[in-house]
Design a protein around this ligand. Sequence first.
Ligand code: ZN
Length: 505
Amino acid sequence: MWYLFELIFYVLIITTLIILYKVKKLSGLKKYIIIVSAIFALALGITFALEKPIVSVTDSISYEVKTHENLDIVQAYYHFLNVSDKVQINGEVDFNKVGNYKVEYVIPTLFGNYTKEQTIEIVDTTAPVITLEGNEIEKISYNKEYEEAGYAVTDNSDEDLYDNVTVTKEEVNEKEYKLIYTVEDSSHNVSTAERTVELIDEVAPVIKLKGDSTIYIKLNDKYTEQGATANDEIDGELTDAIKTSGKVDTSKEGKYKITYTVKDSSENEAKKTRTIVVYDESKPSVTPNTNPSSETGVIYLTFDDGPSSSITPKILDILKAKGVKATFFILNYSAANEKLVKREINEGHTVGIHGYSHTYSEIYTSVDAYMNNITKLRDKIKKSTGYDTIYTRFPGGSSNTVSRNYCKGIMTVLTKEVVARGYKYFDWNVSSGDAGDVKTSQAVYNNVTKGLKHNRANMVLMHDFSGNTKTLNALSDIIDYGLKNGYTFSSINSSTPMIKHGVNN
Ligand code: ZN
């Protein structure tokens, strides 16, 4: 077929030449017609021979990177024939790499090859894609920082853009901010993603009780509700919104609970309870241990350095409610606190002498100074209450070394002297630590309960000086622990063994 056109070309040329040769013999109009025809045939033949192929190729073309594997199929026509299968392509294109490439399309013609050049542009116009893990809207507590749930970046061209992601925070309002994730690929395609962080209130208000969390009331006395206050970080004061529930029947012995609840505007609820113990003075409110297999042991609760108007009455309330007797080693007391000493005596506790003064530099200067310090208080107690006591406790204990600073060897003398003068002195073998490092009720409780031992006299050192709430708040639980574990409680009496430390001065 291809050669048919070459043949036509040669026939047209030869025909022309023959016509031109024969035309010499003709004349007139015929001659001109033939000459015109011959020229026309010659022009047609030359035009035909010089015609270029028609190729469907543009000067340049763009392909998105990684979307193609081959160049598009080229349509080529030559002398009205489809010669697409004869097109030869020169040049290489990497469709997976952004860049400009040159290719040549070569088509054979009657007079050599016809070549068409084309520029192939491999481009990246696709932005990366950021995929957020977690939620598009995250809700977190207002007092917390948002912890990034994570994100992933994919791109059609660039390998790993994770480290190129920048996160910026945009505040929307007090309760909301946006996190904008931005990333740009190497072809400057930029992509963003957005996450909204909503700040919510998950923190409950704080209720504070006015007055104590446990209140002891005598049977048939009046219970006065002292109320509570509530505060919320977001809503502010919520005291008026507190709902109080529970009833106290003071005509009946028992434990009652008053519950205080309050909700903030985000429905976070706070709850606090107060225990009211209604007790009958005439009988102990605790059942003695009835377990026959239990071991025995006596606990002597002793309170030093009182009385104090803030702590002593509450300790007496608890002891009364629990039906437990204890011992108070007191210091000189004011006229106002005289009633507390009387109450200790009246409620069956033992009152002992700690000393008129507690000042080491005064009381340990001489034997006389010390003896005066205890007789002075003994006389005062006798005068104001009619109660006489021979029970004593050395300030700092008989083992103290501080007295060495004021009088060498004084404790060795005093420990014999007080006994010779008819007194008994009591150190301790269980220490609550409440005058030392101990900071919490729990620690007081732990120190005491861990120090207790069965089958002996447990002399427990505690204090009822002003402000000692840690012991006050631990006392009820300490008593419950003792009773549950088979101990009995007693105040110091004539048959109580003298618990003594070793003397160090
Ligand atoms: Zn003391």
